[in-house]
Design a protein around this ligand. Sequence first.
Ligand code: MN
Ligand code: MN
Length: 465
Amino acid sequence: MYEKTQAQLLKDKLFLSRKNGRLISDDAVLSAADEFCEGYKAYLDNAKTEREAVKAAIEIAEKAGFSEYVQGKEYKAGDRYYINNRGKALALVNVGIESADKGTRITAAHIDSPRLDLKPNPLYEELELALFKTHYYGGIRKYQWPTVPLALHGVFAKTDGSVVEVNIGEDEGDPCFVVNDLLPHLATEQAKRVLAEAIKGEELNILVGSHPFKDDDISERVKLNVLKILNEKYGITEADFLSAELECVPAVKACDIGFDRSMIGAYGQDDRVCAYPALMAAVDTKMPTKSLITILADKEEIGSDGNTGLNSAFLKYVVYDLATMQGVDCTVALRASKCLSADVNAATDPTFQDVMERRNAAFLNYGVVITKYTGSHGKSSTNDASAEYVGEIRAMLDNAGIVWQTGELGRVDLGGGGTVAKYVANLGVDVVDLGVPVLSMHAPFETTAKFDVFMAYKTMSEFAK
Ligand code: MN
Ligand code: MN
């Protein structure tokens, strides 16, 4: 060992230093991360839509002793319950030792992801092929979605009140669906389009059949045959599409990425990569000091509106019910509460470094990312977390030995984004964005690093204590 110079010692003391988490962590941590991510990958495959994410979360939670909330029931410290908001959003509550006037701990992640939704009247036939019209959901880059095998998930709500679940394209041997694209030989004109319009919204049509119903006199025989299959399988007619929520998502399973298996590739990691660690932190927290509220929200990708999104009163009434049960004023409870808005940030891509400002960008394997503010063009439309609260979270992370970094969503004035943070902040709660860095965010196949996923779990577990 060489002796460090005076300057080196001073630099060590004064400079902000960030190191690759895999480099500074021992093998026990890295293998714990690998193990944690096996559960995460299974959750990804079982939870490709918000409905499935709620269902899979409830299954895990019930095994861990959570039961459905009963209005008016007295819950005491250590009790755990969940509130299922229309099968599309979920609140899990671990009742703490202190009553809610001392504040709660809220972890809020979202479980909806960008995808192709079917239009209300989707099915048509053209050139003896049957197709679905779609309306994309969330911020997709439309050109990324053609020629990817797609699965169909969702529900038909029939007029007799029954709801039929659909899930085709995930199991071995299932058929898939696809949006087609031009061959390069005939794409000369299309190639001149700007990238944002390389594939237009009305070109995201999904191929679903080509076999005609055998009859000489009738028109739209391929469409008829598709409806016949759907009628036999689900008991639906064309009108039932009007009251359906059908979502086309990539029919690919989560897998390890890299020779070293250090990363994960999958659809919908924004934001299940935070939702799953939040869920597991709730499951693994036995007796929290303050009540822990874990929110798995819907609708974030389209602005959090709607009664399953966090711009609704859903979270407020979860706190209200808890506070009322404890004889505490809800406003007092909210004012004293603290929240991690658990959402992803962009990881710096070696191929596209110029969209980032390096000193304030996030990197794979550098741990969980604190994002003080999101928004765009002069911090417009963001929760800009207070110095005091960021300081508190910083101290929590350092004291727990959690590897973390900070990140801004790209260069100033280049783009921007938002999370649920501002809606939680509107309730008077202290909140900061914190989550996992992602490559190819919002693409049909996103990449994260296992180490960062595990650091997210460690952070949420620490926050829950
Ligand atoms: Mn997100
Ligand atoms: Mn997103």
